[in-house]
Design a protein around this ligand. Sequence first.
Ligand code: NDP
Length: 332
Amino acid sequence: MSFFKKIEIQTDKSSIIDVLGKVERIKCLIIGSGPAGYTAAIYAARANMDPVLYQGLEAGGQLMTTTEVENFPGYPQGVTGPVMMEDIKNQAERFGADIRWGLITDVDFSNRPFKLTSDEGVNIEAEIVIIATGATAKYLGLESEQRLRGSGVSACATCDGFFYKNKVVAVVGGGDTACEEATYLSQLASKVYLIVRKPQLRASKAMQQRVLTNSKIQVLFEHNTLQVLGDAKVTGLELIKKQGTPNEETIKIDIDGFFLAIGHHPNSDIFKKYIQTDEIGYIKTIPGTSKTNLPGVFACGDVQDPVYRQAITAAGSGCMAALDAERFLSGL
Ligand code: NDP
């Protein structure tokens, strides 16, 4: 017998590990662990698809940095983001989903089964792949901003706006998201500052109009944020006006909440060679489905959703991906 003969082991999850070559064959591989990935895992596990889920860099996704979640159905008293993600993960594991720490670092989708590599060097061959890698909100990169994340600094007005009823908030950004978030917050807060680095907004004309005619929103053009002020929670902002000009001026404003709306980065980079995305990087799916341009690869959650970006819509699209994948594997 050759010393290098491949040894195949049947695991309890019915994936097959080729020990010497370290190739693991998986029926349904889910990449990403937000509400989309975990929900796909619940449905796939209940459909006997033996899902294996790689959690990625931030296990649990964006909700792990959220405090209170009050708009996810089924939690009448609200729930914290981390507890909710643990609940959904436990639900998937209850049905046998194999949920692992680790990253998928490389993919080769040129043929089925699809070939992928984990950060631990495990080579995977997957019959189908569900991409649920999410999107990452962009931050300004200030030390004070990172320190106060979850204590007055947020990247989601729909998630956290409710906590600023009759308070003063600021939104930074000049695109459609910033205008939409400022408009949304103006229905709750007593005043909204919109901090825009250029002398004009980038948002669509309709959205600009809505902001500029809203008496609760004050747009601070040509302002940049130097510092978020506050020790345990946000109390204000230090801003610089007309930076780099003779009229440069530093000002302070009092606020209770600071919302980032300077764009998101969809986590699709490693798939772009094979999977169609839009110009920002959001994966394109066939409308009304989770199917990508590549049969056998499905996408759900924020990595394919530039519009809604909610935990509940991500969970819904995770369900769609598992159902689409199940039909694909059945040859339907
Ligand atoms: P955008 O990239 O369109 O806008 C980002 C904004 O943030 C810009 O105004 C940009 O300024 C500003 N910005 C970026 N970096 C910094 C920084 N470091 N400091 C200060 N400001 C900064 O992102 P959006 O999320 O707004 O939109 C993404 C896409 O989604 C767009 O295509 C948009 O149209 C779409 N969208 C559509 C909606 C709808 O139709 N309802 C709702 C939301 C988004 P600058 O202009 O100077 O570059």
